[in-house]
Design a protein around this ligand. Structure first.
Ligand code: F6P
Length: 551
């Protein structure tokens, strides 16, 4: 195993510490003194215009960050990932989500197998299924076409599909609705299926492992609802499961055990992490919703960013620069969180999606060789679409005591070009995007507040310190390609941070303990005295309180 480089022991780290000490951020002055700053720190990433100029950087900082990337071997690790080396050390697996979007005809041999050919064979199967459902060729048990597809999955088998389904709302086929069940809270399943017609509903059970408690419980509940709803209508259930249940998984044997015909199962591979899987067969629900052509554009968006990340020189490599900026803020400014603020209603689940991608990947305390990390890792990602966030938590970003770097994302063209009288409403919306990043960067000085004639005692409350770093990302419109580009951008940012920290960004042992304990605690909750006695005092008291309260 190749040892991680300890970033904190590199010359670049020392240089960055020194630069941080000397920096005295002053974006007002920096922009005033350097008219080329905006242009110099603006980059093109496929269709995305990315402006880093409102970050707390200068040429020396950027150069030192790039030196750090070199000294921890980001480029060499990147090649290892693209080439299918087992860089997921703790699970001894390749990390090949980038193979999911390689062009047809490409070759990538992993363990003697051309994985790109496998990817395209699966895509062809997914697309054929999607076309059948979309065109009405796929019929339910009573011969009716499908009008609702319900995806049952959790984590990576849910968050990506939900986020992209919302993002691509204008591209959905009218008359074909998709719904999502993820939570094991029985409310989720019960309320999602309550008004559905079993004759026209198709379920996709999406689970990489096909062992996940939530997904299998929900799948069984959905199957019970489906069969009993058919019976209630006096319809024979014979052969019905095959026409209304399909699966997405790497464990096709377990799919068969559940009772789903393996010919209705879409496979993927253990070299695709759950949170990196939306562009695998996990996106089957999306291929149904937006169609194979749009799904192909979506994949092409990922591919364009992969190629940029792999081939663009470091100084212009956007995922590399953005990953390094995150290191700059987490490790040198002590930032504990990072806001992602999309000024696009259709991206309203983007932050939730990114939370799994970034935090399940980089929330680690040991490095890939088992030794403790040597610096802070894994900031908290969060956000809400603008302008809703402005009226909720922006106060803290503007005037709170913590530094919160923020990515602002907007599209030039709206899904709905609407006017309010003379005013183009999208332009009003984008003015907010621009105003916020300017206010965060440049603030409002005491002199400016006083010049407004503000009473002495409230002057301090009205001062904005500024120098709150933001990145602005502007795309042409929220097309399938652009959504693919945004996802791939954050995948690679996450990768860069993981390499600098020396961690395995592709395992997720931290979610296992709670899963195991839930299974041990379940009998106690249901009244088993022996299991109850085995719990700690707090858990016992909570279970007793629950049992008293439960009707
Ligand atoms: O939360 C842990 C996790 O393993 C995620 O990494 C994964 O996306 C999710 O559970 C769902 O797993 P599966 O697709 O195997 O059901």
């Amino acid at each position: 195993m190749r040892k991680p480089v300890d970033a904190t022991q590199t010359p670049a780290w020392g240089k960055l510490e020194q630069l941080h000490k000397e920096l005295a951020p002053n974006l007002r002055e920096w922009f005033a003194q350097d008219p080329a700053r905006a242009e110099r720190y603006t980059y093109q990433l496929a269709d995305l215009h990315v402006d880093l100029s409102k970050n707390l950087i200068n040429d020396d900082v950027l150069a030192a960050l790039l030196e750090l990337a070199e000294q921890v071997d980001v480029a060499e690790r990147r090649e290892a990932m693209f080439n299918g080396e087992h860089i997921n050390i703790t699970e001894d697996r390749a990390v090949l989500h980038t193979a999911l979007r390689r062009a047809e005809g490409d070759t990538l041999e992993v363990d003697g197998q051309n994985v790109v050919a496998d990817v395209h064979a699966t895509l062809a199967k997914v697309y054929a299924f999607a076309e059948e459902v979309r065109s009405g060729v796929w019929r339910g048990v009573t011969g009716k076409p499908i009008s609702t597809v319900v995806n049952i999955g959790i984590g990576g088998s849910d968050l990506g599909p939900v986020m992209v389904y919302e993002a691509l709302a204008p591209y959905r086929q009218p008359g074909l609705e998709c719904r999502f069940i993820s939570n094991i809270d029985p409310t989720d399943c019960a309320e999602t299926v309550a008004d559905l017609d079993p004759e026209t509903t198709l379920f996709i059970i999406a689970s990489k492992t096909f062992t996940t408690l939530e997904t299998l419980t929900n799948a069984r509940m959905a199957r019970d609802w489906f069969l009993s709803s058919l019976e209630a209508k006096g319809i024979s259930t014979e052969g019905a499961i095959a026409k209304h249940f399909v699966a997405v998984s790497t464990a096709l044997d377990k799919v068969a055990e559940f009772g789903i015909d393996p010919k209705n199962a879409f496979g993927f591979w253990n070299w695709v992490g759950g949170r990196y899987s939306v562009d695998s067969a996990v996106g089957t629900v999306l291929a149904v919703a937006v169609g194979p052509d749009n799904f192909n554009h979506f994949l092409a968006g990922f591919r364009a960013v992969d190629e940029h990340f792999r081939n663009t020189e470091p100084a212009k490599n956007v995922p590399l620069l953005m990953g390094l900026l995150n290191i700059w803020y987490v490790n040198f400014f002590g930032a504990a969180s990072h806001a992602v603020l999309p000024y696009d209603q259709h991206l309203h689940r983007f932050a939730a999606y990114l939370q799994q991608l970034t935090m399940e990947s980089n929330g680690k305390r040991v490095r890939w060789d088992g030794t403790p990390v040597t610096s802070a890792t894994g900031e908290i990602f969060w956000g809400e679409p603008g302008t809703n966030g402005q009226h909720a938590f922006y106060q803290l970003i503007h005037q709170g005591t913590q530094l919160i770097p923020a990515d602002f994302i907007a599209m030039a063209n709206p899904a709905h070009p609407v006017r309010d009288g003379e005013q183009d409403v999208h332009e009003l919306f984008l003015s907010n995007f621009l105003a916020q990043t300017a206010a965060l960067a440049f603030g409002k000085t005491e002199a400016e507040v006083r010049a407004e004639g503000t009473p002495e005692e409230i002057v301090p409350a009205r001062i904005f310190p500024g120098n709150r770093p933001t990145t602005s990302i502007l795309g042409p419109e929220l097309s399938p390609a652009v959504v693919g580009q945004l996802i791939a951008l954050y995948e690679h940012i996450t990768f860069v941070q993981g390499i600098v920290w020396g961690i395995d960004s592709f395992d997720q042992w931290g979610v296992e303990l709670g899963k195991k304990l839930a299974l041990q605690i379940a009998p106690a909750v249901s009244g088993d005295a022996e299991a109850l006695a085995a719990q700690d005092a707090s858990t016992q008291a909570l279970i007793k309180a629950y049992r008293e309260l439960r009707h």
